[in-house]
Design a protein around this ligand. Sequence first.
Ligand code: BG6
Length: 507
Amino acid sequence: MSDRIEWHGNWCIEVAPTPAAVILFGAGGDLAKRKLFPSLYELYKGNLLHPDSRIACCVRSAEGFAVKVRAALPDTAPDRRDEFLTLLDPVAGDYRSDGFFQRLAEYLADVDRRASAMPRNRLFYLAIPPDAAAGTVAFLDRAGLLREAEDEGQPWRHVVFEKPFGRDLASSRELDRTLHRYLKESQIYRIDHYLGKETVQNISILRFANTVFEPVWNRHYVDHVQITMAESIGVEHRAGYYETSGLLRDMFQNHMLEMLSLAAMEMPNSNDPDAMRDEQRKVIDAIRRPEGDTLFRDFVRGQYAAGNGMAAYREEPGVPPDSMVETYTAARLFIDNWRWRDVPFYIRSGKRMTARNSEIAVVFKHIPHSLFLPVKARDISADTLVMHVQPEEGMDLTIQAKHPGPRLCMGPMTLHFHYSELGCDPAVTDAYARLLLDAMLGDPTLFMRSDLITSGWELFTPVLEAWERHPERAPLHFYAAGSEGPAAADQLLRADGSREWRPVAGK
Ligand code: BG6
């Protein structure tokens, strides 16, 4: 990433990509409305989308399309918004026919003829259901739209894929084989939008641009690590997808493993995209593979029941009343390497929890001996470093300090760093905008490499299979909507001593 950033003191200026045609499949869908159009607009306003770019919006029908896109954009700068809207062209039709792709090819050839700066680069964004992705790539290939010349500096063809990348090890390998029939790995951009979040990117800066953390970032000082991704929302209108996925596939195999690997990996030799991802891969490979009893003992699955005025998952539109799909998972993982051997990583994620909160908490060991008797070493709370991913963005370090008062008045005190207090106004703040920009700049650092995905599936596929084959050994624990999750998840930590989950809604 370093070669495309100009440093100015402590800040950096983003580099705008060359003109490109962005071809958005699923432009009439929810993701496009909520994330992709607002992000492209954010890039445009930040002068990070070349004015000669065009955005081809592939939709079933063009009727009312422009009005819908306009409504999806903030109206703070109507003139800029109108300028941005002129970059959009609807390309309507059914994408399951060669005819549609022929028309798309003609449209793109026409764009190339008309544009002054010749935006022959193409970013295809597949915001479509996963089972349609491989077919769409085959159509694109048949229409000759994916071919890249070998020589350096020639127009590029990048294709962005949304997760899920398969639903288990076998299907993800199959998908990968299919995609590689048409594309080189360097053309494939697999999005995990967590990687685009500022706070997730900050994990490696915190670890590798400071000296204070590295000496204590290991089994000698760290008691355990807790990674939480809690959502207060339920399944919303996504039952169709969620019923085929469940939480483990939806959050663990991707976002959770990305966060864990960034927190636990060794320092790469450089910040070259592959060097970073090689280290992430090594750490995922080193996670002890659950087998036998651990498949059940170290994984807890739950589903939200009605609570706090909210409906149960089984009452949500489109969910069968006897659904056994998990909306919550907690797990205890171990990384079998020199740095982390025997340090538990407790990870959990759930929908309809008390609050929206994603964080990584590194809980250090208790002091070995207390000088401050009668307070015992175990009673002095352990230092904790929390990297807040969202909605709070920043970090907290909680340590012991003297409270003003009687001689032995001591207690935890928290040092805060919040991004909101920085007072800077970066050009790109949204995760999708960051990733769209990177895909146009050809920077794959924040995208998932295929072997990382495979390694994640190797880890979790046996768990999914065990749940399916032996449901009696992996009961679904119900928790009230708006709660901290099922009580069974507390046992994961308590079984290891007196550890407790951090409250989801913060202290
Ligand atoms: C998506 C999942 O990848 O991430 C959703 O499919 C989840 O189920 C979402 O709600 C959470 O993303 P964020 O950025 O809101 O934490």
